[in-house]
Design a protein around this ligand. Structure first.
Ligand code: AMP
Length: 195
C-alpha cells in the first residue's frame, strides 16, 4: 500500500502516520524528520536546509527530491510506504509521479487532514511547549501556514483531478481521526487494514 498524508503543519499528520504505519505494516517516511536528522548530523544537505527550515520556508525542491529518491529506493519501501510532509509542491508531486511511474508503482491513496488555521496555531503552541521544536515559534508557525496555503494547498486540486484525493475531518481525538482515515482506506479498496 502506498499512501500520501497531506495537511497543514500541526494537522496531526505525524501522529496519524505513526499509527497507520503500525496498522498497515508499511514504512513511514517523513521528509521533515529526514531533514531534521540531516541538520543534526551536519551533512551537506543539512547545512543547506537548516536556514530554510528555521525560517519556516520550504527547502529547495532539488535537495528534497534527491533525498526522497534515495529514501524510496531503500529495501524497506518494497512493501509500501506512507509519505508524510512530501510532496509539498506541485513540482514535487509531478517528480514523485515520474519516480513511481519508472518503477510501475501506483499510489493507492492520498488523504488530506482538514483543520482550520486557529486550531492549528493553538496546536503548534502546545507542541512548542511539549517538544521545543525550533521552528514552532509564533512567527515561524504563521510563515509555515502561509507557505502551506500558497505552495502545498494546490496539491489538493492536483490529486483531486487525478481522482486520488480523500479529505478527512482532522478535528477530534487522535482515535476519532484515525478511525476516519482507516474507514476511508477500507471504503476505497485498501483491503489490508484489518490487522
Ligand atoms: P515538517 O516536519 O514536515 O513540518 O517539516 C519541517 C520543515 O522541513 C518544513 O517547514 C520545511 O522547511 C522542511 N520540509 C519538510 N518537508 C519538505 C518538503 N517536502 N519540501 C520542502 N521542504 C520541506
Amino acid at each position: 500500500m502506498r499512501l500520501i498524508l497531506l495537511g497543514p503543519p500541526g494537522s496531526g499528520k505525524g501522529t496519524q502516520s505513526v499509527r497507520l504505519k503500525e496498522k498497515l505494516g508499511i514504512s513511514h517516511i517523513s521528509s521533515g524528520d529526514l531533514l531534521r536528522d540531516a541538520v543534526k548530523r551536519e551533512t551537506e544537505l543539512g547545512k543547506q536546509a537548516k536556514e530554510f527550515m528555521e525560517a519556516g520556508k520550504l527547502v529547495q525542491d532539488e535537495l528534497v527530491l534527491g533525498m526522497m529518491r534515495e529514501r524510496l529506493e531503500a529495501d524497506d519501501c518494497g512493501s509500501g510506504f506512507l509519505l508524510d510532509g512530501f510532496p509539498r509542491t506541485v513540482a514535487q508531486a509531478r517528480a514523485l509521479g515520474r519516480m513511481l511511474e519508472e518503477d510501475r508503482i501506483p499510489l493507492d491513496h492520498v488523504m488530506s487532514l482538514d483543520v482550520d488555521d486557529e486550531e492549528i496555531l493553538s496546536r503548534i503552541r502546545g507542541r512548542r511547549e511539549a517538544e521545543g521544536r525550533s521552528d514552532d515559534n509564533e512567527e515561524t508557525a504563521r510563515e509555515r501556514l502561509a507557505v502551506y496555503e500558497s505552495e502545498t494547498k494546490p496539491l489538493l486540486d492536483f490529486y483531486r483531478e487525478a481522482g486520488l484525493l480523500q479529505e478527512v475531518d482532522g478535528i477530534g481525538t487522535p482515535d476519532d481521526i484515525f478511525d476516519r482515515i482507516v474507514a476511508c482506506i477500507s471504503a476505497t479498496g485498501g483491503g489490508e487494514v484489518d490487522g
